[in-house]
Structure formats: structure tokens, C-alpha cells
Write a protein that binds this ligand. Structure first.
Ligand SMILES: [Zn+2]
Length: 256
């Protein structure tokens, strides 16, 4: 963990940075992040975001290993040596386009990437009941290159549109949600849905959820249920991470 003092942080950000650090470590442990991929959160009420520093391995990210950026991906202040990931414009441009988004995950999960590689196989479908929240659509961004500047980030934000997730051709995916723990839950279940479709395809032809089934699932999933589910997933992974030594005990007060 980098212990350098980052003058851009104030104490009020500590709970958010601790939660984001836990997200990064737990997604890394779930092989959703590896040497690539990142998670960010918007600073509430501001046009600034917090994202983990490029220099810290994802398995070691702690509350001090973050960078604050504006929505042009510029770092106004940071401790020496800290800098944002090279694809920070994924995050800055989506926050700029989507005021409703509070957190973003960009992932390079192998099971998700598989669905960006084929032309003769089914594309990613909604197969598990939890996948109903991507009913509005999962568009494909066709630029296979890394997102290196604001123009590319804005193009990805346009592809995402009003949706909660987009695939990125031969690259990965981006998911957005109102909060860090919500984007964590979404990312875990997005990956589960992709793996479930791959597994089902080994048995036969996967049967995506029908419109009638999606209607029923939406009716059975009011917002208070989804909030409960997000917290259920979060607590499960935090406790598992704590038992495995991934999450320090002194982070507990910020992760309840
Ligand atoms: Zn990437």
C-alpha cells in the first residue's frame, strides 16, 4: 500500500475510498479484475471522481491509493508518484454524460470478453433471473482499442447511452450503478450471467429469459428488494474477503 500523503483527499472521503478499495480487492480475488480493469466513484455532488492509482497492484489497493480527477480526466492534485489508469477517460466521460451514475467498473473478465469475440455464436443474453436489470439492453462498443482520450471515452459513453452495461469489442465491458457497492453487485452478477450462458451452451441451446419472464421478474424485484440484494452480495463478499485476509479488520466500520 502506498502510504504517501495525498493532499487532494479530505477525511470525509475515507468511507468511500475504503469501500472502493474493498471493491477492487474483491473483484481482483474474483478474477474480474487482474492486471487490468478499474473501479471509480463520483464524489457526491461534485464533478470529480475517485479512482485507484495506476501504480498500486489491485490486490493491494488501500484507502490511500486513490487519485482524484476532474471530468476531463485531469488530476488537479495528487501525491508524488500517483496517477490515474490510462483509461481514466472511460470514467470521466461517462460521469459527464450520466449524472445518475455514482460508480463505474471497467472489467476485462474472460467470460464476458468471450461474448465480444464471436460472429457465429449467440451474443450475451439475459439467462439468469438476476440479469433482468440489464433488460434495457447491453450495447456493443465496436472500437477494440484501449480508451486513451476524451474523444474515445465520449464515444463509449454514447454507446452506453441510458443502459447499465456495455460490452467493448475484443476488450471487456463497462458497468454503471448508483453506488460502489451496487456496481460491485452488478459486476459479480454480470459475470455470473455470462458464465451461466457459456455453461448452458455446453449442454444445449441456452434459453434466454422471455419477455413474460422478464415482466414477472421486474414485478418481483421492487427497488427495496434490489437494495437488499446489493447489501446481501456485498456482505457475503466482504465477510469472505475478511476471512481470507483480503480485507483488514480495521476497515470494518466503513464496510457495514
Ligand atoms: Zn480496458
Amino acid at each position: 500500500m502506498n502510504t504517501a500523503t495525498d493532499t487532494s483527499f479530505d477525511a470525509a472521503q475515507l468511507p468511500m475510498r475504503t469501500e472502493l478499495a474493498a471493491c477492487v480487492r474483491l473483484m481482483h480475488d474474483a478474477a474480474i479484475l487482474n492486471y487490468n480493469g478499474h473501479v471509480s466513484a463520483r464524489i457526491a455532488g461534485e464533478d470529480r471522481l475517485v479512482i485507484h492509482s495506476l501504480v498500486t497492484p489491485r490486490s493491494e489497493v488501500g484507502p490511500d491509493d486513490f487519485v482524484v480527477c476532474d471530468l476531463d480526466g485531469v488530476v488537479p492534485e495528487a501525491a508524488p508518484g500517483h496517477k490515474p489508469p490510462s483509461e481514466v477517460h472511460i470514467h470521466s466521460e461517462i460521469y459527464k454524460a450520466r449524472p445518475d451514475v455514482g460508480a463505474i467498473a471497467h472489467i476485462h473478465s474472460e467470460s464476458v470478453i468471450a461474448f465480444t469475440l464471436t460472429t457465429d455464436a449467440p451474443c450475451l443474453k439475459l439467462v439468469r433471473c438476476d440479469a433482468v436489470r440489464w433488460r434495457s439492453g447491453i450495447p456493443m462498443h465496436t472500437d477494440p482499442t484501449r480508451i486513451r482520450n476524451g474523444k474515445q471515452g465520449a464515444a463509449l459513453a454514447a454507446t452506453l447511452g441510458p443502459h447499465r452495461a456495455a460490452l467493448m469489442r475484443a476488450h471487456g465491458a463497462v458497468l454503471v450503478a448508483p453506488s460502489a457497492r451496487a456496481v460491485f453487485a452488478d459486476t459479480i452478477q454480470f459475470d455470473e450471467n455470462a458464465r451461466a450462458q457459456l455453461l448452458a451452451a455446453t449442454l444445449g441451446t441456452p434459453a434466454p429469459l422471455s419477455e413474460a419472464e422478464l415482466d414477472a421478474l421486474e414485478e418481483a424485484s421492487p427497488p427495496e428488494f434490489l437494495d437488499h440484494y446489493v447489501n446481501k452480495i456485498w456482505r457475503y463478499y466482504v465477510e469472505r474477503g475478511r476471512a481470507a485476509g483480503l480485507i483488514p479488520d480495521d476497515w470494518a466500520t466503513h464496510l457495514t
